[in-house]
Design a protein around this ligand. Sequence first.
Ligand code: FPP
Length: 261
Amino acid sequence: MSLDDVLTWVSAGSREELLARRVDFDRLPAHVAVIMDGNGRWAAERHLPRVEGHRAGIDAVRDVVETSARLGFDVLTLYAFSVENWKRPAAEVSVLMELLKRYLRVELRTLLSNNIRLRVLGHYEELPPDVRRELEVAQARTDGNHGMVFNIALNYGGRAEIVDAARRAIDAGLPSSELDERQFSEWLYTAGQPDPDLLIRTSGEMRVSNFLLWQIAYSEIWVTETLWPDFRARHLLEAILDYQKRDRRYGGIAQPAIAGH
Ligand code: FPP
């Protein structure tokens, strides 16, 4: 993706255009992961039931998925439902599942037209049968796409993922002498995908909430006070600009800038 491409879909003179002009399109994060938070607070600020925050959050999902694919990320991962979220009232869980189903049905066309491949991270088999069916259809229909991978983390827990990976490696009879960090990552739900370069969390909370615990070892973290339902392309562009200012050292020392690089 280049600035010229982006200028074809941002409105002239908009904040998005100003931000896009500052982005270095040769140094985009390959994988962006997002902890979508603040739906309940968004609703409370408007004296609405919590579920209205989730409903409004779908507009943010739509915008971020399409923008990410257009920008050319390899992978976008959204944390939609954690293993801990079953503790919420049954009515809220049921609305979240309905919203997910409706999103998949309504947005399938957009996923296809943007060449997006849908994947689910998490304990899929414990989801309600109608949600699983919708996910299966969307995954099968988008399977031939080779653009951005869109991971929805659903019934997902980072520790559970690590335990599952260890179990799978043991069940496959992998000798412990062959197990190293690179090998281990191939047993995770994200096998074959790059680790997130950038982890975004909305609503100001400074927590990782059991999300991609293995994969975020060296991710850059960007937290915004913006509540998820208000999050849009401009916030994503702000996060990218901040990410591009970071000096990623992976535990080493800062590299001197090399002329021409
Ligand atoms: C956190 O807000 C948000 C969630 C637990 C659910 C996020 C889900 C969606 C936006 C809808 C479905 C997603 C997809 C990918 C179609 P919160 O309720 O914890 O907010 P609070 O901290 O303000 O209470």
